[in-house]
Design a protein around this ligand. Sequence first.
Ligand SMILES: *Cc1c(COP(=O)(O)O)cnc(C)c1O
Length: 363
Amino acid sequence: MVVNPVVLKRVYDLHQAEYDEAALRALHSGWYILGREMEEFEQSLASWAGVRHCVALNSGTDALILAVRALGIGAGDEVIVPANAYIASVIGITENGATPVFVDADDHMEIDADRIEEKITRRTKAILPVHLYGQSSRMEEISMLAKKHGLKLIEDCAQCLGAKYDGKLAGTFGDIGCLSFYPTKPLGAFGDAGAILTNDDALAERVRLLRNYGSKVKYHNEINGVNSRMDEVQAAVLKVGLKYLEESNEERRRQAKAYREGIKNPKVWIPEEYKGVYHVYHLFPVLVEEREGFQSFLKENGIGTQVHYPIPPYVAECYQSYGYGWEDFPNAARYARSEVSLPIYAGMPEEELQYVIDVINRW
Ligand SMILES: *Cc1c(COP(=O)(O)O)cnc(C)c1O
């Protein structure tokens, strides 16, 4: 049997007729940028999330860059970010000339909330938790820290749309939540797309200006902006995807439960969820010391796996000037060396999931 980590064609096939109808409606409309589809998508996502504003953008990376910029964070400022973040979370900081200050991950693979305070300096302007794998970071503690120290709170929700911490939606704790609709994400477009969520009217307005050359009225450029607009075709298909978001999150949660209950191999460690978290399992990470042997055994049996992520951002080639070494953040280093993401996605056949479990138990 061949099992791929994710099969996007199957995700599309789940609601193909509706996606096709939406895409064609956008194409036939004759209006392709900053139109009605985008506005409707922004309104439906904002109301689904229970926030005042959603601003649709071109990617999750842009959402992070523009969130940091809209908060006025730049050169000389520091932003706290997990050491095991995805590179794009850090790009959001460095693209604005600010400095990332890393905090190691805890046993649940999220930023260690107990070690944030020791990293706060006079220059710290914001905390940027990255809700990895579909879980939420410890937002209650992190929100309290931000409030106590007068810091902005930017959430990277690219992997966790629908995740909750103590019943509250991740992405709605802080000043601004950043979303990616990269095709594999919990809510996936059929191309690049992203957005921000916020309850702050002025902040939303600023991101709206930034995404469109810094202008509200054509040719009147109030601030130094970029082009980061979501096109009408992506907005149209995302409206369809949003209708099924909760259903597909539930499906991956069931798949994760089957993995947790079925995998009995003592060499394969499954990190525990936080108590009280609603995890949406964008990915299903396991930790395996003999990663290479494990991945090749699975591969010999037709099973593809991925690693999220083999090189943590603090030792990325592009950030060498910060001078960090692998061992500066031992948990992040351990995860980078031992993490394996098992196949998981809405539309994955039950027998493939069971087959993955059987092969893992045979290893
Ligand atoms: C995917 C992702 C991003 C970047 O999103 P793009 O839409 O690919 O630019 C940022 N942060 C995290 C945690 C991600 O998983």
